[in-house]
Ligand binder design. Structure first.
Ligand code: FAD
Length: 287
């Protein structure tokens, strides 16, 4: 099923998982998927070499399992800076063979240990290439606070428009912790002529270390209220996790009240966290 169809019934609720590291058997993700399936997400997306890491077990294989074993639509992430046109065409053949019809087209994070290939410079190059080589539904990433390398939020949104014009049918946002930033971003994208659905990316704070790492990677800002919680529970990991989950639930409920197109939860392969959140928002997004 093409993921864009899911937005006909707003709001869409989706999860993101990542493949196990190369030295871990692929089976380790199956237990996670088994638990996530019971939460009835509209789709599950699967990362590929995220954070500049070496790509792990097959994203396509995991997508196939999500679709065929669990009956849930999936989206395969596909970063392009380290790919050639030939290698992308090979991946598309694999996607077709496994019934994967949805791709999140990305430039990808730079890995200092890997010299980028020069066939694709930006995600928009990949989107145009995918459009010319198949009938995939293509999503793209967006950044409510601007991509860290962008000169300004306005220039980043101008490049986002290029991705939509090239053929991205919906957008999934980078994580953010301050909803007003997301609302302001939606206003700016609308002014720029972007009218495709935009899902809000939510990553619950579950530990001080994980949040610090993510924020340093993606440049998201920490609002005062969250900073206070992190300071208050700096030496109490269990209370920090509980407060972090409540913060994420508050964020999601407010976003839903404001009519967002969808919520994309970065599950970090933790079904317990996803389950707790889904239970708390059940009234707002009946499954
Ligand atoms: P682009 O849209 O190409 O933008 C990258 C930068 O280039 C931006 O600053 C943009 O403003 C600028 N730019 C774009 N076009 C032009 C142009 N024509 N001229 C000049 N500047 C331009 N990474 C992974 O490796 N694997 C994953 O699985 C993965 N999943 C992700 C999922 C989501 C929902 C998100 C939000 C990010 C994900 N990432 C992943 C991270 C992503 O690859 C990085 O953020 C990367 O740095 C940018 O990717 P992009 O597709 O947004 O790039």
């Amino acid at each position: 099923m093409k993921a864009i169809k899911l937005f006909e019934k707003k709001p869409v609720l989706s999860f993101e998982v990542f493949p196990p590291k190369p030295n871990v058997p692929i089976e380790s993700i199956y237990e996670t998927l088994e638990a996530l399936k019971d939460l009835h997400p509209d789709f599950i997306s699967v990362t590929y070499g995220a954070g500049g890491s070496v790509p792990g077990a097959s994203t396509a294989e995991i997508c196939e399992t999500i679709q065929n074993r669990h009956g849930i639509p999936s989206i395969a992430h596909l970063p392009c800076i380290n790919e050639t046109k030939e290698s992308v065409l090979e991946k598309l053949d694999t996607f077709r063979a496994k019934g994967v019809t949805n791709i999140l087209a990305l430039r990808g994070d730079r890995n200092p240990a890997v010299e980028p290939k020069n066939d694709f410079h930006y995600a928009s190059d990949l989107i145009a290439f995918l459009r010319a080589h198949g009938d995939f539904d293509i999503a793209a990433a967006c950044y409510p606070e601007g991509h860290p390398e962008a000169d300004s939020l306005d220039s980043d949104i101008a490049h986002l428009k290029e991705k939509v014009d090239a053929g991205a049918s919906h957008l999934i946002s980078q994580l953010f912790y301050h909803n007003p930033d997301f609302y302001a971003f939606l206003e700016k994208t609308a002014q720029a002529g972007i009218s495709v659905p935009v899902e809000a990316g939510i990553m619950p704070v579950t530990s001080k270390k994980s949040i610090e790492r993510m924020v340093s990677l993606c440049g998201a800002s920490i609002p005062k209220r969250l900073a206070k919680l992190m300071a208050r529970y700096a030496d109490d990991p269990a209370s920090l996790k509980a407060a972090g989950l409540e913060y994420a639930i508050m964020q999601i409920i407010e976003l839903l009240e404001n009519g967002v197109d969808g919520i994309h939860i970065y599950t970090m392969n933790n079904p317990d966290v996803a389950r707790y959140i889904m239970e708390q928002i059940a009234e707002d997004v009946p499954r």
